[in-house]
Design a protein around this ligand. Structure first.
Ligand code: FES
Length: 194
């Protein structure tokens, strides 16, 4: 069996200057780089299959499941976005959309509404809602979503893997059952984002 070949990639994390990261093999998922090498706590390992969203990040401006985004897959598909292979990998995580001193409207709303219990799903909920609400606003819809629209987002979301094109049903589930508070938080955040 061939030995793993270490690879070095440049990552631009949360708007900071690109930094080089060396991993043992290009099959390493971005999630492991973010947590184990860059010390982030926002993206989490949940299912490991691209279904739960616990590992969600914004990758080159699109929501992505970092457990599925191996460095090899990212580099191979950068061309799809017209990004030169020499460009740094641009990643925004939960830590990058706001700070404790200057939180994002979603982060403030989730705290205001106490929208969670164990909060393991918080990264999925916030990053998913961040992408969904920004998509609506970008399309010119600045109305606060109705309860039904938020419930539809949480229940009927699908995720298209930017690397494989595979579409997976990805309902946003809170195992503690805090969905009512989560719906309230997303509506509250939408008012601040519009
Ligand atoms: S851990 Fe990546 S989608 Fe569940």
């Amino acid at each position: 069996m061939a030995s793993p070949t270490p690879v070095t990639v440049s990552i631009a994390l949360n708007g900071t200057a690109p930094q080089n990261v060396t991993v043992p093999d290009s099959s390493v998922p971005l999630l492991y780089v973010l947590r184990d090498q860059l010390g982030l706590k926002g993206p989490k390992f949940g299912c490991g299959f691209g279904q739960c969203g616990a590992c969600s990040v914004i990758l080159f401006g699109k929501i992505a499941r970092s457990c599925q985004a191996t460095l090899e897959a990212i580099q191979q598909t950068m061309g799809l976005y017209g990004i030169p292979l020499t460009a740094p990998i641009s990643v925004t995580t939960l830590e990058g959309i706001g700070t404790p001193a200057n939180p994002h409207a979603l982060q403030t709303a989730f705290i205001d509404q106490q929208a969670g219990q164990c909060a393991y799903c918080a990264n999925a909920m916030i990053m998913g809602a961040y992408s969904w609400l920004n998509g609506r606003i970008g399309a010119g819809n600045k109305k606060v979503p109705t309860v039904g629209e938020v419930e539809d987002f949480l229940t009927n979301s699908t995720y298209t893997d930017p690397f494989t094109g595979v579409v997976t049903p990805t309902p946003y589930l809170c195992r503690c059952g805090a969905h009512v508070r989560i719906v309230n938080a997303i509506q509250e955040a939408a008012k601040g984002m519009a």
